[in-house]
Design a protein around this ligand. Structure first.
Ligand SMILES: [Zn+2]
Length: 81
């Protein structure tokens, strides 16, 4: 009788182990798949003064928009005041 109990415990343990393994093997639902982060596209902005396109990070921010240089920001925003 004691061996029967041990056998039952082993069978239950094996069942639980197999169930957990199957859950691990199952494909993940879409959306939870871990993908390597894609490199974010560089946002390009045009200089309001000369139209030159440059990365937003390098652009000079003015009151009306982006500029390629402080000189163009000054020309565009101070000239019309
Ligand atoms: Zn410019």
């Amino acid at each position: 009788m004691k061996y029967l109990l041990v056998l039952a415990v082993v069978l239950v343990a094996a069942y639980i182990w197999k169930r957990n393994r199957r859950r691990d093997d199952s494909p993940l639902p879409p959306g939870s798949v871990k993908r390597p982060k894609a490199i974010a596209p560089t946002v390009m902005v045009a200089c309001l003064q000369c139209g030159t396109h440059l990365p937003e990070a390098e652009a000079i921010r003015g009151q009306r928009g982006s500029y390629c240089s402080h000189e163009h920001r000054r020309l565009s925003e101070d000239g019309t005041r």
